[in-house]
Ligand binder design. Structure first.
Ligand SMILES: Nc1ncnc2c1ncn2[C@@H]1O[C@H](COP(=O)(O)OP(=O)(O)OP(=O)(O)O)[C@@H](O)[C@H]1O
Ligand SMILES: [Mg+2]
Length: 285
């Protein structure tokens, strides 16, 4: 389910209060008991149940009755809290349509000073366990690991964009709240969706951006044709939450893998003859 500006506008102040209170109580409870929630918001049981019913319908909360009646936020509920904060602060003024949906995020178009992209990080959407093994920054104990992991993922992506912009062509970072990163909207297409007339130049442009990022202390670590966009100014590298610094113990292997993945893509699709090892040596300078 996607969020719409309409759903957010129609939220009753009591529903917002319940979302905020649930978030707070989820620091100590993975499922918040109904009675605790009711006492914390200060509504009658009937009022609490009525508002929860409406939030359930909107897909912003979930509930379970075993081992006790408890409620928790969904990704949609958590995204909503972030969007409410961003709009209160004036970082965004209007929410637009969904523009991309990845394994662990949903991306919306929105308005701020101009057109922006909102990336809502959803880490642990499918299975938290499998994510835990592949992303090593989910270390801290939390009653609600997906909230912690999604917020950390957004923080990491925002940090990379801040370090890289504008020396490397990445979306310019504008703001962050909870698990949501607000960044420049790239008016272009994903590399894997287009056939370019000058593949050699595009590959050289990607490798140039990789070299600049390395010089700025950032290795992408998930580079592929899916995370490269093309706009009027050339290539733009996107999707940075898993970046690592060059002094990471596996930095050499990870950088080599990034370069190999992108070079092999150009060889497979366009028949470009390039040796990943030579390109890697060039990137390292
Ligand atoms: N700044 C942006 N401007 C325009 N479109 C964007 C922007 N950022 C992302 N997108 C679109 O949304 C899609 C998903 O974004 P992104 O690759 O960052 O996340 P992801 O693929 O979900 O990440 P993960 O690796 O966790 O699955 C992109 O492929 C792209 O089409
Ligand atoms: Mg991606």
């Amino acid at each position: 389910m996607a969020i719409s500006a309409e759903t957010i506008r129609q939220l009753h102040p009591y529903e917002k209060r319940i979302l905020q209170t649930l978030e707070h109580l989820m620091r100590t409870h993975s499922w918040v008991p109904l009675d605790l929630l009711r006492r914390s918001v200060g509504f009658s049981e009937a009022e609490t149940r009525y508002r929860l019913g409406s939030l359930l319908e909107k897909g912003m909360v979930r509930y379970d009755v075993v081992p006790y009646e408890g409620y928790c936020l969904t990704f949609l509920g958590y995204d909503t809290l972030a969007l409410l904060s961003l709009s209160r602060k004036g970082t965004i003024t209007a929410l637009g349509p969904l523009v991309g949906e990845g394994k662990e995020s949903v991306v919306y178009e929105a308005l701020a000073i101009g057109r922006v992209a909102l990336k809502c990080h959803h880490v642990g959407q499918r299975s938290f366990q499998s994510v835990r093994s592949s992303r090593d920054y989910i270390g801290e104990k939390s009653h609600c690991p997906w909230i912690f992991a999604s917020r950390t993922s957004a923080e990491r992506e925002f940090e990379a964009l801040t370090r890289l912009s504008p020396r490397v062509r990445v979306p310019f970072p504008i703001g962050r709240n909870r698990n949501v990163v607000v960044m420049e909207y790239i008016d272009g297409r994903n590399l894997h969706r287009v056939t370019v007339p000058d593949p050699g130049d595009v590959l050289a442009d990607v490798l140039d951006q990789v070299a600049r990022a390395l010089a700025a202390g950032v290795i992408h670590a998930d580079l592929s044709e899916f995370n490269v966009m093309l706009d009027a100014g050339g290539v733009v590298l996107i999707d940075w939450p898993q970046w690592i610094p060059p002094d990471h113990p596996n930095a050499d292997q990870i950088l080599a893998h990034d370069v190999e993945t992108i070079v092999r893509y150009f060889t497979r699709k366009y028949g470009i003859r390039a040796d990943p090892r030579e390109e890697l040596a060039w990137v390292r300078g």
